[in-house]
Design a protein around this ligand. Structure first.
Ligand code: 5GP
Ligand code: MN
Length: 328
């Protein structure tokens, strides 16, 4: 019914919602859907609950993203209320769309989840598969299921490819399967410029971002006994290095590269004092999704998760240090 309606001739109002601070997969998946639904002649809006990293501002269609702010709030509310369909892209917790969640109850739109996190919430339609490496895989399947693969052009392919590589750590994570590579192959056949994509994602840092990384690496603490490593960035680091959204991306992965380490944690004091945003990455069987859910009001995937705590940075670190002996 959804497919026939969306494939039909009636023009529909569609809103695409990625999560806050959207990553490559959330943005890539929603931008791909934006182009796709435009091809089907629908009236589509992509609304981001917050700003996103500079490293994604080159993505095709990114200029069309409507970012929620005080200025755009009533426009966003209007779009949500008057839409026929709302797609929730790459998240499973309404806390991740900020104030937009307050507008949903006013909307009669059919709600569609397209996401790969465990414990999905149920809407009118659900495209959920926690076994896949990226939501972009599900967007590819969605377009295939509508028998519209020919509609995947170079822009859609570029966006989906960005989703694939960013959520798989460039095809490294255990979630990568032959399907991930099959889809990548199909996207490459559409003529995407892989070198150009990697160049944008990995080789266009500003100097401050690298210095912030260096600061975090200097503060890195290794607890051999618990095979754990952690580091932090505080509010004064942020001011000193003129932090921009996304600049801390990737800091957490370095610690995980140390021999025998299975848990890497990053504490981020984005604003003076509260709350602290915490990121977790693990190797093997240590389930940081459950860990973040239980102790940090968060969640995510088995090997990559995040959460927040209403404590100061030092209290948050101490809280973590008190818990970790019970786990590892
Ligand atoms: P990151 O550490 O890059 O912010 O997040 C890693 C993963 O953890 C994300 O893909 C997302 O699935 C999940 N995640 C991060 N922060 C939160 C949070 O506050 N709540 C929930 N439920 N999941 C989060
Ligand atoms: Mn994802």
């Amino acid at each position: 019914m959804l497919f026939s309606d969306i494939n039909g001739i009636k023009k529909r109002k569609i809103v695409l919602l990625p999560h806050n601070n959207p990553d490559g997969d959330a943005l890539g998946s929603s931008l791909a859907l934006l182009f796709y639904f435009r091809k089907l002649k629908h009236d589509v809006d992509l609304i981001s609950p917050t700003e996103y990293s500079e490293s994604f501002q080159w993505l095709p269609g990114s200029k069309d993203i409507l970012v929620l702010s005080e200025k755009t709030q009533s426009l966003v509310k209007n779009k949500i209320i008057n839409s026929d369909y709302i797609f929730f892209v790459d998240f499973n917790n309404l806390s991740r769309i900020k104030d937009i969640k307050n507008f949903l109850s006013h909307s009669k739109a059919k709600k569609i989840l397209i996401d790969h996190h465990p414990f999905p919430f149920f809407f009118d339609f659900m495209f959920s598969d926690p076994s896949v490496s990226a939501t972009s895989v599900l967007v590819f399947r969605f377009i295939s299921d509508m028998n519209n693969l020919s509609k995947i052009d170079i822009k859609i392919a570029t966006c989906l490819y960005v989703g694939l590589i960013t959520d798989t750590g460039f095809f490294r994570f255990p979630s990568v399967t032959s399907e991930t590579h099959f889809i990548a192959g199909k996207l490459i056949e559409k003529g995407i410029d892989i070198n150009h994509i990697h160049d944008h994602l990995q080789e266009k840092y500003n100097e401050n971002r690298l210095k912030l990384l260096s600061k975090a690496l200097k503060k890195l603490k290794v607890i051999k006994k618990y095979r754990t490593v952690y580091t932090s960035i505080n509010a004064s680091d942020i001011n000193f290095y003129s932090y921009k959204q996304g600049d801390t991306e990737g800091i957490i992965t370095y610690g995980l590269g140390i021999k025998n380490i299975i848990l890497s944690v990053f504490f981020f004091e984005e604003k003076e004092k509260y709350p602290i945003k915490i990121s977790f990455r693990s190797k093997g069987n240590f389930d940081v999704n459950l860990f973040a859910r239980k102790h940090f009001r968060g969640g995510g995937h088995k090997n990559a998760s995040g959460g927040i705590l209403e404590k100061s940075l030092s209290e948050t670190i101490q809280y973590f240090l008190n818990i970790i002996p019970f786990y590892l």
